[in-house]
Design a protein around this ligand. Structure first.
Ligand code: FEO
Length: 405
């Protein structure tokens, strides 16, 4: 692997993880990258490190540019292990290096490593490190998405090193957005952006809007955004900022995601007339069976659509386990600006549809109740009820969607 100069004397020196398919529980069919950067200024400065298994790659990349012992500073924007578990291996080559980090980051590292000999410099928003021709401005971004998180803005390069924000889980030979789109597509890149946002940043929409407003208030000129995962936004820095504002502000497709599971195909049979009803109202529809779909993909599809219908059979008077797991996970992500409903089937006592609404109401989502349910297998009359339910839900979705234009 070789480094890539992204701005004059600023080099990407990260690692590509082609093989990872389980990123702390998320399915990552396209792998990921661990990006970090070396600023070859009068004071050579490393920004971020990488996951432990890949430390040898970033060390190798550093050695192609300089003797690691000549590095004066390390900026640590985030201490999650995919970025900081390789830190001690890198640090062993530069024992006198100055570390620039947030207060919470320092405290976190002290729990993980023997830091007794490390030279910490705790920084806050607005602090500047001058490395020679470059000035590095630190921006704390607590809870985006860990308490320690911060970003580093390289003023003279108009470069924002944004840590996890604006990232994507994509292992690719392309280092830049425009390169990626030449050999793939904007749709694939945007899908990766939404997947990342929905699964990691969904709870923090308000914070994202505020932080972007803070950056704009500071008058920072940004013509490149370099996240710590995926491609660097060289052509589309403005567009990805706007995309994040849209995602944080509740922008969604005029569509419904039907997210369901089934035991003996009764709930599954309900999805078809419901989908027909939605479609006949001119609203898009996507149908996702939970046992056939990784959790993070179901979450992404939920987030793309303005409306969501949860389908579940009743098992022991409760939700089917995969549906319960999905709703439990979704509640933790604190979804907003979506309308939801539920449907399902049962054999005798019922309970799943009621339980689904209980979960949706805990999330404080707007709901359309009471949903529709059938006993055993849907009859022709039941199918008509499902169709009408789909149509009525789609009308509610269209009404609600008007609030977001
Ligand atoms: Fe990519 Fe929060 O770590």
């Amino acid at each position: 692997m070789k480094s890539v100069e992204i701005k004059p004397d600023i080099h990407w020196i990260g690692a590509i993880d082609w093989a990872i398919r389980d990123f702390h529980g998320y399915v990552t069919p396209d792998g990921t990258t661990y990006n970090n950067y070396l600023i070859m200024d009068e004071q050579i400065t490393l920004v971020d490190t990488v996951k432990d298994d890949f430390a040898w790659i970033t060390i190798d990349n550093i050695k192609h540019l300089t003797d690691p012992s000549k590095i004066a500073n390390i900026v640590i924007n985030h201490i999650e292990p995919d970025h900081a578990s390789g830190l001690d291996k890198v640090m062993s080559l530069m024992p006198d290096v100055n570390i620039y980090i947030s207060e919470k980051g320092k405290k976190g590292l002290e729990r993980v490593f023997d830091t007794s000999k490390w030279k910490f410099n705790v920084v806050k928003t607005g602090d500047i490190l001058n490395t020679g021709k470059y000035n590095l401005l630190f921006l704390e971004t607590p809870m985006l998405h860990w308490p320690d998180s911060m970003m580093t803005y390289v003023k003279e390069a108009k470069l924002l090193i944004s840590q996890d924000a604006f990232g994507q889980h994509l292992a690719t030979a392309s280092r830049f957005d425009d390169e990626f789109m030449e050999c793939s597509s904007m749709a694939k890149l945007d899908d990766a952006v939404v997947d990342y946002y929905a699964n990691i940043l969904m709870p923090f929409g308000n914070l994202i809007e505020k932080k972007i407003a803070d950056v704009q208030a500071l008058g920072l000129e940004i013509d490149m955004i370099a996240p710590d995962h995926g491609v660097i936004w060289r052509k589309g820095a403005g567009e990805i900022l706007q995309r994040y504002l849209d995602l944080a502000g509740g922008k969604a497709d005029l569509s419904v995601s039907i997210i369901y599971d089934t035991m003996w195909h009764s709930t599954e049979r309900m999805t078809l007339p419901i989908m027909e009803g939605i479609k006949d109202e001119g609203v898009g529809c996507n149908v996702i069976k939970l046992r056939a779909t990784p959790m993070n993909v179901a979450i992404k599809e939920f987030w793309k659509s303005r409306g969501c219908l949860i389908g579940s059979p009743t098992l022991n008077n409760m939700l089917y386990p995969s549906v319960a797991e999905f709703l439990y996970h979704l509640r933790g992500l604190r979804p907003k600006n979506r309308i939801a409903g539920a449907f399902g089937s049962y054999g005798w006592g019922g309970g799943a549809v009621r339980a689904a609404y209980e979960e949706l109401n805990k999330m404080k989502l707007k709901t359309y109740e009471p949903g529709v349910q059938v006993i055993y297998k849907p009859s022709k009359e039941d199918e008509l009820s499902c169709y009408e339910f789909g149509k009525e839900f789609a009308r509610k979705v269209k009404d609600y969607h008007k609030n977001f234009k």
